[in-house]
Design a protein around this ligand. Structure first.
Ligand code: 2NE
Length: 277
């Protein structure tokens, strides 16, 4: 794949090719742990991929083959969250952030499939990010798990109940209560990942899945993602799905007749549209 790099980022890499965006956390020296700046950059890149009408599928991954992501950077964890660099106005006030939660919501709301491509560890907050993605393709060296109760943290949002929805209640409790690590094969058996491939074939296989999705109707994929998330996201999921319904309605002649009638200062002629059963 002839990836084209764009954007000015310190902690991540943003690339596109053939209708696919690839977003890579690039802090391999910390097993791709994230700090506030990493998350701001990821939010920017995911927005770029959302806005780019050429992009139909997003691959989310980590640099190197040791980790997708090891969660929050414990070395810059303050007493109330993760503390940014000196030029971060919030950090300057002595306040920490938990802005990974905003990224999790963004991935759920993004109306294009997000595929997590995992080599090595997906651990802690990094594990939650993979849980939030639509699909996960794992290399055979991948290892999964939560660490919160070991390091003084937990994720009571998607990290708990979306995990439970994915692997079942008993298994989700085991994952959180014991903080064990699970192999790629164990993860596949519990429905936590879609497939496992040899490390050297990881990107090739992930791109094959992306290309297969790119052959499908973009609106149908958007609606299916919204539909699957609606139940678990409650009112916020309904908000997303309702917005999509409005978008589809706007695209109809019936809705456009209302707009035209307003602009032409006449009564709308809705009679010509069927009252569908
Ligand atoms: C990821 C794991 C299992 C890797 O183990 P290993 O043996 O392959 O590597 P090593 O030597 O532990 O790590 C390599 C370097 O990366 C740093 C390490 O400290 C080490 O650097 P040096 O100290 O040698 O210079 N590193 C790795 N993970 C880091 C991290 N998360 N923050 C800062 N530096 C990190 C092993 O490293 C591991 O277990 N890492 C910690 C995983 C973890 O507990 N993450 C935080 C969970 S809490 C969270 O993410 C969270 C949340 O629960 C709620 C909201 C927001 C975030």
């Amino acid at each position: 794949v002839n990836w084209q790099r764009s954007g000015e980022y310190a902690d991540i890499i943003y690339e596109t090719a053939e209708g696919i965006a690839k977003i890579t956390i690039n802090r391999p020296e910390r097993r791709n742990a994230f700090r506030p700046q990493t998350l701001f950059e990821l939010q920017d890149a995911f927005n770029a991929a959302r806005d780019d009408s050429e992009v139909g599928v997003i691959i989310f991954t980590g640099a190197g083959d040791q980790a997708f992501c090891s969660g929050g950077d414990q070395k810059i964890r303050g007493d109330d969250g993760y503390v940014g660099a000196a030029d971060d106005p919030v950090a300057r006030q002595g306040i920490g952030r938990l802005n990974v939660l905003d990224l999790q919501v963004q991935i759920r709301r993004l109306p294009k499939p997000v595929v997590c491509m995992v080599a090595g560890y997906a651990i802690g907050g990094g594990h939650v990010l993979h849980v939030c993605c639509d699909l996960t393709i794992a290399a055979d060296n991948a290892r999964f798990g939560q660490t919160g109760p070991k390091v003084g943290s937990f994720d009571g949002g998607y990290g708990s109940w979306l995990l439970a929805q994915t692997v079942g209640l008993k298994k989700a409790r085991e994952i959180w209560y014991l903080c064990r690590q699970y192999s790629a094969e164990e993860a596949r058996e519990m429905g936590l990942v879609n497939t496992v491939v040899p490390l050297e074939r990881l990107e090739e296989e992930t791109v094959t899945w992306a290309r297969e999705m790119l052959e499908k109707s973009p609106l149908a994929l958007r609606m299916v993602k919204g539909a699957i998330n609606t139940v678990s996201d409650g009112a916020a999921g309904m908000q997303q799905f309702a917005g999509d319904a409005t978008m589809l309605y706007y695209m109809s002649e019936e809705a456009q007749e209302g707009r035209e009638a307003f602009k032409e200062k006449r009564r709308p002629e809705f009679d010509r549209f069927p009252r569908r059963p």
